[in-house]
Design a protein around this ligand. Sequence first.
Ligand code: CA
Length: 466
Amino acid sequence: MTGVVLRAGAATDVGRLRTINQDSFVLLGDRDLFIVADGMGGHQGGEVASRLAVETLEVAYQDATADALTEAITVANHRIRNEGDADPDLRGMGTTVVALALMPEEPDPDEPVDDDAELPQHLLIANVGDSRGYLFRDGSLTQLTEDHSVVADLVREGKITAEEAEVHPQRNIVTRVLGVYETVEVDLWPVDPVAHDRYLLCSDGLFNEVGADQISSALRRLEDPNEAAAELVRLANEGGGRDNITVVIVDVLDDGGVAEAASAALAGGASGLDSGPAPAASADDDPAGFTTAMPAVDPGEGLSDDQLDSVLTGRPSRKERRADKRAQRSRRTRLTWRALLFTLLVLGVIGGAFATIQWYGTSTYFVGFDDDKVVIYQGRPDGILWIDPKLVKRTSIDRADVPERYVPAIVAGNEQPSLAKAQQLVGNIERDIAEDGSGTGSSTTTTRPGGSTTSSTAGSTTTQAN
Ligand code: CA
């Protein structure tokens, strides 16, 4: 089997309304790695975050495996986060990432391992955020990735339609992002390479301006990937160009016989890569050691008549019957005690958990938006169980005056360990407004803490509003 051969082209543009291109991309043809990242936050934070994502992946992705790709994205997450924490100008920066890599398929754990056999190659798309990976096959365009955004969640939950999502005021709020949270969950989409397939990686500046039909038509018309990418960027600018636009096109020139092998094996059914961790083995189902051993009957020196009778008739002897009764009584007593102890223990655990959750749910403060004002809440941005965040202080700062670099963090719910710290942040915002003399308006709407539509994800941050 020969190897899979890919060819790639790309184009990027600042768009018609922005002054800075915060998108980054890279084509590493020799390593079969292609990346698009769409940065967000702050003055220069967005461009720094997307550049860091691309650069870190380039360096950290060493083995052509799914684990290595996920790990490299995790490393990028830490790096962006650390650099953001270290530099006030970059604080709160984040980026999406969508990457396509060619790698040997993971060996099937159920198949015997043949060290000499060359594993077939497949393509893997990794995604965090709302940039997208598409497959253009046989003239039709399919979105492979799922957007990690508030509106995509709402569409999946059936609360709004895809058409409503396109014009939804919260369409810029992403729910997963690199550089903002301690951990990052990466979606992986394995695909078999088929000759003549085209893959499209792009930032939202493309698909928010250009419809799927137009994208398909350009991909059909222009064979050269650079020309097709440039045409898609042109169409996005023609459609408004309200955001940065980045397009990477990867063509499968030769599938190395993978498609043939795959169609031969099609009867076996496709298997996804998502073999998550096996469920933990179930623990002993005997929570408090309730099983009580039968007390041993006194070993007799010799058999009495009664015991002999018992052996002969198969009925318990009087002595055994007495011992049984004693054992039953003692077992009942022990059971009562154990039950009481167990109940107390359970109540203790529940009480402790209740106190812990109450503490966890109210121990922090965060700065958020309430209608058009900046406010301070007590609690967690998404609330926790029965504890909704409580509005404790309303400031006079208008949302529209808040410098853009603060907006993602405030929308995400910027947690502070104390009320004093939260007030200090508000003070910083006030000071910066006074210094800047001009805030930037933002049309992004906040995710209302405690609101019934708040998504269940760990948090959300926002891209810049259009
Ligand atoms: Ca964007």
